[in-house]
Design a protein around this ligand. Structure first.
Ligand code: HEM
Length: 146
């Protein structure tokens, strides 16, 4: 199942920030034959079916990675800048955020949690101190007047 991040087209093509189609990894894994072959490279999904016969490195290596994350093998080969440029034309969307490996993305939630606890840690003692101050003033002024 694919979900679109924003309104607009079907997400095919450039991969501009406008409209991104997200694919679950299980969806990508189904496209693992020479009839339809998808790959994930660095969190992006590519439909390389038309490229299969044209790949200078042969179709076998692509079929080995079919439906899976080929980032490592793609980098291991040391593909040229031209090869990286070619990727763009086969881009169809991004891997769904829930399926992304927590490489760098795990920072934010913990950051938010820490911030939340910061608030409660600071606000409660301050409110307590202010209340105590008022009580102290109230009682000292009472004892003076009587
Ligand atoms: C869909 C993405 C891919 C594209 C667009 C692509 C493109 C290319 C291109 C243009 C070349 C010629 C050399 C160069 O310009 O770097 C090449 C070579 C090669 N590619 Fe890919 N490739 C892709 C994915 C892969 C994957 C996943 C593998 C997995 C191992 C692979 C393995 C190879 C090998 C072994 C060569 C031959 C290198 C050599 O002869 O020195 N490619 N590829």
């Amino acid at each position: 199942m694919a979900s679109t991040g924003a309104s607009g087209s079907d997400g095919k093509g450039q991969g501009v920030a406008k409209s991104v189609t997200y694919y679950r990894l299980e969806e990508v894994a189904k496209r693992n034959s020479s009839k339809e072959i998808w790959l994930v490279i660095h969190g992006r999904v590519y439909d390389i079916t038309p490229f299969l016969n044209e790949h200078p490195g042969g179709e076998e290596v692509l079929l080995e990675q079919a439906g899976a994350d080929a980032s490592e093998s793609f980098e291991d080969v040391g593909h040229s800048i031209d090869a990286r440029e070619m990727l763009k034309q086969y881009y169809i969307g991004d891997v769904h955020p829930n399926d992304l490996k927590p490489e760098s993305g795990s920072k934010d939630p913990s950051k938010n949690d820490t911030c939340k606890s910061c608030w409660s840690y600071w606000i409660l003692p301050i409110i307590g101190a202010v209340l105590l101050g008022f009580l102290y003033r109230y009682y000292t002024s009472e004892s003076k007047s009587s």
